[in-house]
Design a protein around this ligand. Sequence first.
Ligand SMILES: [Zn+2]
Length: 139
Amino acid sequence: MQNKKAIYKKIWFCFVVVFITFFTNFVSGNTGIQDAQQTVIAKSTKVVKSNAKKAVTEKVTVKRRKAARKRKLAAKRKQKKQKGAAKRNVRKVYIAPNSGRRYHFNPSCRGLRRAHGNITKMSLKRAINQGYTLCKWED
Ligand SMILES: [Zn+2]
């Protein structure tokens, strides 16, 4: 009888140990899952955050690039304008001071026929300053 009681005690002990191990495993497993979930959530929020950051930086770089392109275009346009103005200023025109108030880019223009060779060459700027307007044939 005493032997049997000892065996029962041992079985009980084993059962309790198994139960405790199982229980602690279960609890720790649960927390493990929660931890994993939390890390997943943290990771995803991190990814979302980094994506948002990326988007913002991309937007900023696009904006910057656009601004740079605009500036470049403006500079080019300005240069062109200046070049055009310079060209216009040095461009020579032909006028017939005795027979008309028009200036001509083409010295053999039909608008200059009436001048009969009495043609003066001058800069476009000067012609405009003197009140000459562009010949109607060369519009
Ligand atoms: Zn003309």
